[in-house]
Design a protein around this ligand. Structure first.
Ligand SMILES: [Zn+2]
Ligand SMILES: [Zn+2]
Length: 328
């Protein structure tokens, strides 16, 4: 099969012909049709996350059809459309797994990082971590739901019942979560890099009540903010505009250093928290909710062998919505 391979962090991916993987007894083999590109893929490729599997096939927002299954697979028929997310394995026995927090599992393994992912014509995955894809979504439109959507949704839950919600960084995750937040009756305030008027216009089209520069205060106080951009300076910026009792949720896996800030902007029972990974319950919940909203994903397609160009466009902030590799 054709695959895009990372041989060493910091180097571009290389097009390669590699053997089609054999599914293990609890794995499904998928013919990949689409794989959305996530900012985490950039962190892996750029060497900002430690110890990736090497060589590695990146990609953890995979939509494909089941070709073959191992003998202990109890879900998904041949031909069925399935999604493979970031969480690829948990031990189901550590303290975190046993207390309903498998996203924090000590022995978790992640797709497109410690396990080969979806920048390829075929992929295998443990069926217990795969999701059925909701009807009504094309393969390309479904792919960004699998991380931008799932982890965005978990971040939104961490924002509690905040009515006035700030979203910092209006990329793949924010464009999905803005739609969900609006459906839930919240008011969305979108913050983008200074002068990114296109992203601001995009946010307003998706129902944000205000969109502007992340260095500027919004027209009213916020009850919560979610930071999707990997930019530490946004943490004190967001703290300054959330009301007493408000929370600032850091949704990314990697962020530049957070500058020191005066205690008074945290005081008043404001809090800062991160979101790590997803649980399977997050996935089931979000994929049931998405068609009800209904969430519409805006996608920018790239052919598989232009994965480097897709990553470059994401790095440069040129993608409106989500970049998706078209594979099937
Ligand atoms: Zn565990
Ligand atoms: Zn992701």
């Amino acid at each position: 099969m054709r695959a895009m391979i990372l041989e060493a962090p910091g180097e571009p991916l290389r097009v390669a012909e590699v053997p089609i993987p054999e599914p293990g007894s609890e794995q499904v083999l998928l013919r990949v049709r689409a794989c959305a590109v996530c900012r985490t893929d950039l962190h892996v490729v750029d060497g900002e996350l430690p110890d990736p599997k090497l060589p590695l096939i990146p990609g953890h927002q995979i939509v494909g059809a089941v070709v073959r299954s191992g003998d202990r697979v109890e879900r998904f028929m041949a031909g069925e459309r399935v999604g493979i997310p970031w969480l690829g394995f948990t031990d189901n026995s550590c303290h975190y797994c046993l207390t309903g927090r498998e996203n924090l599992c000590d022995n978790a393994r992640f797709t497109g990082y410690q396990l080969d992912g979806g920048y390829a014509e075929y992929a295998v995955a443990d069926y217990r971590f795969c999701f059925p894809i909701p009807e009504g979504y094309s393969d390309l439109q479904a792919a960004p739901l699998l991380c931008a959507g799932l982890i965005g949704y978990r971040s939104l839950r961490m924002a509690g019942d905040a009515e006035r919600l700030g979203l910092y960084g209006f990329g793949a995750a924010a464009h999905i979560i803005a739609q969900v937040a609006r459906y839930q009756g919240r008011k969305v305030f979108a913050f983008t890099s200074p002068r990114d008027t296109e992203a601001q216009r995009f946010a307003l089209e998706l129902g944000a009540v205000w969109a502007g520069d992340s260095t500027q205060p919004p027209p009213e106080e916020l009850d919560a903010a979610i930071i999707f951009a990997p930019v530490g300076v946004l943490v004190p910026a967001a703290l300054k505009v959330v009301a007493k009792g408000g929370v600032v949720v850091c949704a990314g896996i990697h962020m530049s250093a957070i500058p020191s800030f005066p205690y008074e902007i945290l005081w008043g029972e404001r809090s800062i928290r991160s979101v790590a990974n997803l649980t399977r319950q997050d996935g089931e919940e979000f994929l049931a909710l998405a068609p009800k909203v209904p969430v519409h994903t805006e996608i920018v397609p790239f052919p598989l062998d232009e994965a480097n160009e897709a990553l470059k466009a994401l790095r440069g902030g040129e993608i409106q919505g989500a970049a998706v590799l078209v594979i099937g």
